[in-house]
Design a protein around this ligand. Structure first.
Ligand code: FAD
Length: 410
């Protein structure tokens, strides 16, 4: 049986960064990274943006060129899948029964895109978007005179609609919420997005679901619950992910109902030699005093590196404020903090001028900031403000007053 000092399962950003984290601390121990994909570790944000638009190539998607793993002395094992785990014996079993031993293990297996359980969901040209191959198929199907139905009103659905509409595709986007990005942006922002998307020939249909898809081999029609029958050339489902942790079920590793793996501040699971990082992780967030599980590139990147360092002997705590970004046409969003729960916002700046920020409060306490096009000195303040948790009563006036320097608050 082969064995490694450090074994990493997963070829996303978290797995890739863990290789670097380990080598920052231990230059000697053997490292293997197993990924079920046929690529070296890669990052997914370009798959709905520049790569889907054909503006950047695979070099921009891959975390590093392959030579980097030789330099780091990491054995990248592609196209193989972990199917079982025995923490007691320190063994991971692959899908063909091969066993691989480890001293320290990192689970960084991310998620798989969900396919909605409606009829016709397996027809050709019904896509989800998680992998490089998914993005390639969507790009091939998109273009002038093509009609697409996009399902999902959160960031993936919105980004796909924005990108493929810029490739000339006629897009209809449906979602069950009453407005686009309902859970993450205030109503005023959704209204602005309505105008922006319709300027690009994207028809947004809130409160709408598809009951089924029809076609001989390839999808030709979508039946909506508002009675409409839409002729379509392809469909993209951007409706969320299922976390890839089933292979570790019944191993003694603690896994929560939603598939996430609870870790301590060091990103260690209930099995001391097993760490977890990225989308699958539910970590104790010191800012909100809650366990958080998010699907953000920056969180996966930081956790991957830190888990690697801690596996190699460091003792660091993960305390970073969650951060994510998204691009919709000419709007580049950045979000600091946790927007899962909020009931009040304050705006600074102007949407029309493409320079604004919303401050999100929950029960009177600042929880997060969403910003577009604000000056760098303010961006610095946004990184710190949610950590300070100021109250609405104390700061609302200052936040909306653009002449007030936010740096003074931090
Ligand atoms: C299209 C798209 C656009 C996005 N855009 C943004 C954005 O703009 N901003 C942002 O903050 N976040 C964005 N995200 C989210 C971000 O990409 C994720 O948070 C990030 O990919 C999580 O990284 P990860 O390493 O935890 O998991 P993943 O990237 O999912 O990687 C997990 C890897 O593990 C492999 N794997 C799974 N199971 C096994 C197994 N049993 N054996 C072996 N290998 C296995 C998978 O094949 C995959 O390679 C986007 C995601 C997508 C899909």
């Amino acid at each position: 049986m082969k064995g490694y000092t450090y074994l990493i399962i997963g070829g996303g950003i978290a797995g890739g960064k863990a290789c670097e984290g380990i080598r920052e601390v231990d230059q000697e121990g053997s490292i293997a990274l197993i990924t079920k994909e046929g690529h070296p570790p890669y990052q997914r944000p370009p798959l709905s943006k520049g790569y889907l638009k054909d503006e950047v190539d695979l070099d921009h998607v891959y975390l590093h060129p392959s030579e980097k793993y030789q330099e780091l002395n990491v054995n990248v094992i592609k196209g193989r899948e972990a199917a079982g785990l025995s923490p007691k014996d320190h063994i991971v079993t692959l899908e063909d029964g091969e066993e691989i031993g480890y001293e320290k293990l990192l689970l960084a297996t991310g998620g798989s895109a969900i396919r909605l359980p409606i009829w016709g969901n397996e027809l050709e040209n019904v896509f989800t978007l998680r992998s490089i191959e998914d993005a390639q198929k969507i790009q091939e199907a998109a273009g002038a005179n093509k009609r697409a139905l996009v399902m999902g009103g959160s960031f993936i659905g919105a980004e796909v609609s924005a990108t493929i509409s810029q490739l000339g595709t006629q897009v209809i986007e449906i979602f069950p919420e009453s407005r686009l990005l309902e859970h993450v942006v205030p109503e005023e922002m959704s209204e602005h997005l309505d105008d922006l998307f319709s300027e690009h020939n994207v028809r947004l249909l809130p409160d709408t679901l598809s009951e089924g898809l029809e076609g001989e081999t390839s999808v030709q029609r979508a039946i909506l619950n508002n009675g409409e029958h839409l002729d379509v050339d392809f469909v993209v489902m951007g409706v969320g992910i299922k976390l890839n942790t089933d292979f570790a079920k019944d191993s003694g590793l603690e896994i929560r109902q939603d598939g996430s793996i609870p870790v301590n501040q060091r990103l260690q699971t209930n099995q001391p030699d097993i760490f977890a990082a990225g989308d699958i992780t539910a970590w104790p967030d010191p800012h909100s005093d809650q366990r958080l599980q998010v699907e953000h590139w920056d969180v996966a990147r930081r956790q991957g590196r830190m888990a690697g360092r801690n596996m190699a002997g460091k003792d660091q705590s993960y305390t970073a404020l969650p951060y994510f970004f998204s691009d919709l046409y000419d709007l580049s969003f950045e979000v600091w903090g946790d927007l899962t729960s909020w009931n009040q916002t304050v705006k600074r700046g102007s949407i029309k001028n493409r320079s604004f920020a919303y401050f999100y409060f929950d029960e009177g306490q600042l929880k997060g900031v969403l910003a577009v096009g604000r000056p760098d000195e303010e961006r610095e303040a946004f990184k710190t403000l949610p950590e300070l948790q100021p109250t609405f009563a104390d700061v609302a006036d200052k936040l909306q007053d653009e002449s007030f320097k936010l740096a003074e608050m931090v």
